[in-house]
Design a protein around this ligand. Structure first.
Ligand SMILES: [Zn+2]
Length: 453
């Protein structure tokens, strides 16, 4: 079996790994690049292998940096099946059409405002392409073995990152070797998600390193959130939480309502302004076995939150001047309704903006948490006067210590480990840490490198 790193190497986005033997090609994840322009440009390059030559795709989880290129893959000739867990399938039904919608809107907006260098900017794919991609999906239970291509047996184990997230185990029958892709690995003690299941067997391991060089603050996130919201409301401001629609939005709503019911923050309206996050919340509540919240706790979130569904309601919400809390996608402030809120809220020092997860270099979120004095939104510069926070302790990724602890639980002894899904420094620090703790042969994967497994 050979493994080629088609993406997710040298950066955290664009995860795509190709496994092949003499007759078959199996693609693990098919993500879109996000972040700086140079990375996003890679989305427009022809796919590194002919899509029609790929026999099947398996997915670790639904996030767009792992699935967002699927509509383009199908559009460009892929005809096989896309295998994933039920949770990932449910989420992709929401995420892929939404990604397509954003593509279409961006193209339209760039055309109207004439800030594209193209005569008529085109979306990378349309909602129609996304629907077509969804027809290729087939869901599988955790731990259920299936054979997406002949000779390679696959099963998923829970990765604790978001609903449906999994580690992908691929067993080549002829060589009796197993390669495991960690996907994005969740926290050892997350507020809402269960801990990732330890991996017990891998000859080769492909491991993420988003927080390879960092630890999450050990401070109490509940208390930090309590202080920020209370302080902001006290000066008559609004608290905006740009959140990853899938996963972190649900966790934030849970924490906010918990704080409010314990009277630790003042009573005020809580809005969830993201149609995608609203649907992700419904899916979250349906897949109750995968997270820690009870049906009552889910119902509580549902009852106490005002869901902002229509564009008109969203525009209306932008005129609100009384203290309230708005949770809105996207988590790195790269697109969607949150941009309109940022334009209104950033210039006023009364308000607060709280990020809750990894901010990829080059995103507005990254600029804001690094103290930018202004940010560009819709072609214009907006001054940043609001209080900005990044609570990485609320991240859905384990930090390096948590990942090392997780690897340790499995009593693994892989012959080779490849580090992926990290910025170069994070990946290299992770490489050294894994090598030093376990004595394994560890390498940072390079883009387009092909290795024998
Ligand atoms: Zn993810």
């Amino acid at each position: 079996m050979r493994l080629k790193f088609l993406g997710g190497a040298d950066t955290v986005t664009g995860s795509r790994y190709l496994l092949s033997d003499d007759r078959h090609r199996l693609l693990v994840d098919c993500g879109m690049y996000q972040g700086v322009k140079n990375l996003r440009k890679r989305n427009w390059a022809p796919f590194p292998v002919e899509p029609s030559s790929i026999n099947a795709v398996v997915l670790t989880h639904a996030h767009i940096d792992h699935t967002g290129y699927l509509p383009a893959l199908v559009k460009n000739g892929f005809t096989g099946k896309i295998y994933c867990t039920k949770g990932t399938h449910d989420l992709c039904k929401v995420l892929l059409p939404d990604a397509a919608y954003l593509q279409e809107e961006d193209a339209k907006y760039a055309f109207r405002k004439k800030f594209s260098k193209h005569e008529k900017p085109e979306p990378l794919f349309t909602r129609k392409d996304a629907q077509k991609a969804l027809e290729h999906f087939e869901s599988v239970h955790y731990h259920e073995t299936f054979e997406p291509v002949r000779g390679m047996e696959v099963h998923f184990t829970p990765a604790g990152h978001i609903i449906g997230s999994s580690c992908v185990h691929v067993h080549e029958k002829s060589s009796n070797r197993t390669i495991v892709f960690s996907g994005d690995v969740g926290r050892q003690d997350d507020v809402i998600m269960r801990a990732p299941e330890p991996i017990s067997k891998a000859d080769v391991l492909v491991c993420e390193s988003t927080y390879g060089d960092r630890r999450h603050e050990t401070s109490n996130p509940e208390q930090e959130l309590e202080e920020i919201i209370t302080r902001t409301a006290g000066r008559g401001g609004l608290t905006l939480l740009p959140a990853f629609a899938v996963g972190r939005a649900q966790m934030l709503l849970y924490l906010i309502h918990k704080l409010m019911s314990e009277k630790r923050i003042p009573k005020m309206p809580v809005y969830l302004n993201s149609p995608m996050a609203i649907r992700a919340t419904e899916i979250f509540c349906r897949h109750h076995k995968e997270h820690k919240l009870s049906a009552q706790q889910c119902e509580f979130i549902d009852d106490k939150t005002t869901f902002v569904r229509t564009v008109d309601e969203s525009i209306e919400l932008n005129t609100v001047r009384y203290p309230c809390i708005i949770v809105s996608a996207s988590g790195m402030a790269s697109g969607g309704r949150v941009l309109h809120h940022l334009k209104t809220l950033l210039p006023n020092p009364r308000n607060s903006v709280v990020f809750a997860g990894f901010q990829a270099p080059g995103t507005r979120g990254d600029a804001l948490v690094n103290g930018a004095e202004s940010v560009k939104i819709h072609g214009e510069h907006w001054p940043v006067k609001a209080e900005i926070h990044n609570m990485s302790s609320l991240s859905a990724h384990g930090d390096y210590k948590e990942i090392l602890a997780w690897l340790d639980q499995g009593q693994l002894d892989p012959g080779k480990v490849y580090i992926t899904h990290g910025e170069p420094v994070a990946a290299d620090v992770m490489r050294k840490r894994v090598r030093d703790q376990f004595g394994w042969d560890v390498e940072v994967a390079e883009l387009f490198e092909e290795v024998e497994v």
